[in-house]
Design a protein around this ligand. Sequence first.
Ligand code: CA
Ligand code: CA
Ligand code: CA
Ligand code: CA
Ligand code: CA
Ligand code: CA
Length: 385
Amino acid sequence: MRTFTTGLLAPLPILFVLASCGEDGPSTTAPKDSAVKVTAAVETVPVQNADDAADDPAIWVDPVNPANSVIIGTNKQKGLGIYALDGSELSFHDDGRMNNVDIRQGVTLGAITVDVVAATNRSDQTIALYGFDSAARTLTPLTSPIETGFSDPYGLCLYQNPDTDKLYIFASEADTGVVGQWSLTSSAGINFSTERVRTLTLGTQVEGCVADDSQGVVFIAEEDVGLYAYWADPNVPEDRLNARLVIDTVATGHLTADAEGVTLVDEGNGAGYIIVSSQGSNSYNVYDRNGPYAFRGAFVIGDGANIDGVEETDGIDVTAANLGPRFPGGVFVAQDGFNFDGKDGKKANQNFKLVAWPEIRAALNLPEVAPESVAAEPPSKPQSE
Ligand code: CA
Ligand code: CA
Ligand code: CA
Ligand code: CA
Ligand code: CA
Ligand code: CA
């Protein structure tokens, strides 16, 4: 069941924005700020489809054997790939044109506890829902896909309220800047119900987003415009439902359009950072996780000895969790818009690059403990403009 608020889906002006990526080569626009350079330690095998295909990753952390953690990556022409931390592909789910993917682990839904994986499927305009099978390291459909009512579902991120344990899905519609929020509930463990509980109308195309569950905030990027913080829970007082804080902008800030993938590195005790793909400058911006979301610097993933650098990134994900000997301090994952392979650097299909999170931390000289975690002040929250 879904609610469909036609008033908020009234026709909006459609902006015809030419994609900055092309077949010729990546953007050569320099980042607005001096960016530090890191290199990838691992790259995944290329996706099966040529041209723009790889898009957005999600990291599943194996709580028992961290080295068995995986990257779930979308191939937006075909489905979902599961990659081991050495970059090999464990399996592929040929389920449709999956655009964005996110995960929450250990979610209690009625009688079951499950690692929930959600992805926007542009083939049938739905949100696909899976449980991650930790033994087989594969995806199992959880329930029938959610009908979005969108002409083209696009961005996606999950939010779990830590007080109620309720799981919500944010998904955007391509072009229109409309973002829907669905709640996912189950009373018996098998009969899931999904309901659209909220709609945000940003105006132009939205894709990247990430929720900070413990702070109750969702960070949303409007590709040509900037990055915002909104309240994440649909049950906040009415005057907060559309309230937002502008964190950064394309026009006068540190971002170069498109503002693409958004992710959160949780370093515990409320500390951490928000990272955004500044696609037009082949770089990533880092901000404090907590208000006033200070800009901490930018980094690029440059050419390494054996692995090419990263350009025109769409989706990103990160974890500071121990992932075993290869990534004991966690990993940052970025889609690479232009993958070159082999000694002769031949152009190959797109893939995902894996960078050790501590290398990024060190390159940016981030404080050992994010300062906000020891500050007495509560974090600032989304405000009306
Ligand atoms: Ca792309
Ligand atoms: Ca993702
Ligand atoms: Ca996009
Ligand atoms: Ca590359
Ligand atoms: Ca994308
Ligand atoms: Ca490569």
